[in-house]
Design a protein around this ligand. Sequence first.
Ligand code: C2E
Ligand code: MG
Ligand code: MG
Ligand code: MG
Length: 285
Amino acid sequence: LQAKQSNTPISYYRAKENTSSTYRLELESSLFKALDNEDFELYYQPQVCVRNGHISGAEALLRWSDAKHGAISPMEFIPILEDTGLIDRVGSWVIEKACAFWKFWQDEGLIQPEQKLSVNVSPYQFRNTGLLVSVKSALEESGLSPNDLILEITESTLLADDENNLAILNSLKSLGVTIALDDFGTGFSSLSYLTRFPIDYLKVDRSFLMNIMDSTNDAHLVTAIINMAQSLEMKVIAEGVDSIEKLNFLKLKGCDNYQGFYFSRPVSGNEFIRLINHISHMEAC
Ligand code: C2E
Ligand code: MG
Ligand code: MG
Ligand code: MG
């Protein structure tokens, strides 16, 4: 099954003021009002089973459109949210909205029980007890099962204040939530963290996938990561799969799931549901 989405990429605002402090201050003050103005939105990128092509879930990705500058990349505004401390409130909003929508779609029969929701969590959200509180209340208020929620953390979460973060991760695990290590291989954490922390999934960063068709070294690295994850009984998700050749490579290597432009870019909630329906309809035929 190959369902390709033909949606046009968003072109993010980029200008020479990008680096100026006025620009940055404008973004900051606009971000302070963004929650109240409802300027944030969640997009969803399907996660797909490498073996059978079924949609195994989706990653919720934050989108922000500023009134003056238009769509700004999360790579640009997430660091500002982190610097200003706004990440706690916005991060809670992301978890709350994502859980509420997923449960709504489940109740409508649009999302199947085996399909899981992934949400990104910044290392900054580990600096206080807010994360645990917001995950608990998002699950309680939505009624979503903790088994349906995967939290994506990054390697820096394992490096900073690791005793505290380990305790929070263990509490999240005991709620029944799944933990994925995002952008694996790009940080500087030691491999021993993989067994010290309760990690269920490894997400291979898309920089490793970029050149696997041309670089045997990168291909060997991805193979080694998949093999290591499997020996540690973790599932592996590859990011940045943008061609059938890369998908076939992952199939050969026994990777579990993938995300990438080959299947679909991140899309709005409505488009995601349309995509899922279209595919299950095709399968039923
Ligand atoms: P991430 O968590 O690693 O998310 C995957 C990113 O890779 C997404 O970028 C997605 O659009 C992109 N991607 C997926 N497949 C492909 C592909 O085949 N080719 C290419 N070129 N790109 C692909 P996006 O949505 O721009 O997000 C960037 C980063 O911003 C995320 O990386 C994540 O670190 C952060 N982010 C996004 N939403 C949130 C959020 O709600 N909370 C936090 N803390 N961080 C977020
Ligand atoms: Mg992620
Ligand atoms: Mg990632
Ligand atoms: Mg990444």
